[in-house]
Design a protein around this ligand. Sequence first.
Ligand SMILES: Nc1ncnc2c1ncn2[C@@H]1O[C@H](COP(=O)(O)OP(=O)(O)OP(=O)(O)O)[C@@H](O)[C@H]1O
Ligand SMILES: [Mg+2]
Length: 229
Amino acid sequence: MDNVFIAIDGIDGCGKTTQVAMLKTFMDEIGLPTVTVYDPGTTPMGLSLRKILLDKDIPLNATAQALLFTASRAALAAEVWDLMRTHSVIADRWVTSTLAYQGSMLGVGIDRVLAAHNTFVHTDPAVIIVLDVPYEVAGARLDTDEAKKDRFESKSPGWHKGLAEVFRGLSRSLNRRLPVRRINADHNPDIVHREIVMTLIAHCPPFATAVADRYMEQRAVEANNKSIS
Ligand SMILES: Nc1ncnc2c1ncn2[C@@H]1O[C@H](COP(=O)(O)OP(=O)(O)OP(=O)(O)O)[C@@H](O)[C@H]1O
Ligand SMILES: [Mg+2]
């Protein structure tokens, strides 16, 4: 069985972590043993960079942010490559976040972020799912305590509105340079999960094969049980 690498991305509070966990359970069940990673983070180095990147009290210009996110992702991608010898992998965020936050919102440029990514990050997901939720809906799900908000969460409502629009347009603006699939995630978690599964069946052949194989196995077990009883 081929192992697969999938990423789930989108604005703060859109439901990434919830959906990563649900998808992991599903993939384990269809015979794709799966580990999850989050970007930036996961490794000790990634966690240290994450602290710097998210700490609003450490001034960091947009270019430095883009490069540090890319550096962290390059290390994580090498880790993912190793993990994929034995497991499928789901990442919570990927380059689409850097494209949206630093590339577009902070003006570094989509092409420059993508150039750095393509130069230094050597493993990419087969599909990047972008969860599209209105920024007001996503914002209402999050903690409102200002003191706890990170560098990006603490930005203005206008920023969050713009960010949601940028994410919404990424699958179009990337023009097939990355396998980004946007789904409407303004539904309850089970419906969003179903949409993700449908998207992966359509756009990730090893995932579709695993679903079909699991179905055939279950039918064989049921037929066997019937013949015994
Ligand atoms: N489809 C949904 N409908 C309603 N509430 C949801 C849905 N998905 C997740 N939630 C809830 O919204 C909150 C944020 O969800 P989650 O942590 O999965 O989002 P996230 O995108 O990972 O956020 P962050 O960017 O802050 O890590 C959680 O309390 C979660 O239980
Ligand atoms: Mg999360």
